[in-house]
Design a protein around this ligand. Sequence first.
Ligand SMILES: *Cc1c(COP(=O)(O)O)cnc(C)c1O
Length: 354
Amino acid sequence: MQKHNFSAGPCILPKEVMKKASEAVVELEESGLSLIEISHRSDAFVEIMETARSLALELLGLTGKGYKALFLQGGASMQFLMVAYNLLESKAGYLNTGTWSLKAIKEAKLYGEVLEVASSQEQNFNHIPKNYVVPQGLDYLHVTSNNTIFGTQLKSFPKVDCPLVCDMSSDIFSRQLDFSKFDLIYAGAQKNMGPAGATLVVVKEDILGKVSRQVPSMLNYQTHISKDSMFNTPPVFAVYVSMLTLQWLKDFGGIAAIEEINTKKANLIYSEIDLNPVFSGFAAKEDRSVMNATFTITDDTLKDLFDAKCMEAGINGIKGHRSVGGYRASMYNALSLDSVGVLVDIMSDLERKG
Ligand SMILES: *Cc1c(COP(=O)(O)O)cnc(C)c1O
């Protein structure tokens, strides 16, 4: 049966990527060997790594602009720590917009002073703070572009005179931005790029090497840059699948082309949420995420029916995160407009029953 996969992460990847990836596990391009049994120093894998790194920069429009792309391990959660370790000398600013921001703040506090420039925590992160002032003289400002759990997204980014660091785990490669405004971008692969196990870091080289502490080799961006992201054995499968997804996106027409569909998907579900009294959106309208739509059901007596209809239709992964409750429909790049249509049809059907 066809499934419609709205899982928040790990999540849907393009079918053709999955097929190629599974073939490469058996045999990589008629080499007689599996992708996961060859040396990461082999010509074949070095080429995969280089292609993945250059595709990432190309899709973001950052080729030749002083940035390096790295595929590291430890997830986005490791970046909470690495960012501070490499960049925090005395004081950094953090925009507190959700669970992931909070976790990043916790790690940074181990290495220096953290200033929360603004927070929406008191309203359970249902919106993005606005009209706050970012003081001068920070080592960097850290923001989370898309709050996966709460379904909010930054539509614009603060102008700052310090390096701008962004956790883009759940919306990288989904919308056009001027990525050169950022000095460091990181994203766990498992939300728009590949399987869990690799984390993309795109860093502007000239912001590094400025802290006075000793940075352990594995935690030092400069180590990984100097070794072309091969300081130690990289997560070969995750890098390969990421490369395939980036290639798929490029062939699709790049970020501009996917953004158009992502916008249609989001408009479809949000207009249903807005018009249908059975459902109520969680996030403030102007901050709603194009990737993760969070909503609740207003009439509890219809909940079982809705769940059953979703199950029947092959809809997977729309249960909301425990800190928000209700539902969350994650609509990453590989999810089709048709899949959103299937969900929206069930939602509008429910209104007639209610
Ligand atoms: C999922 C997620 C993370 C955590 O990623 P891990 O790879 O599991 O460490 C961090 N930030 C955001 C915005 C996320 O969506």
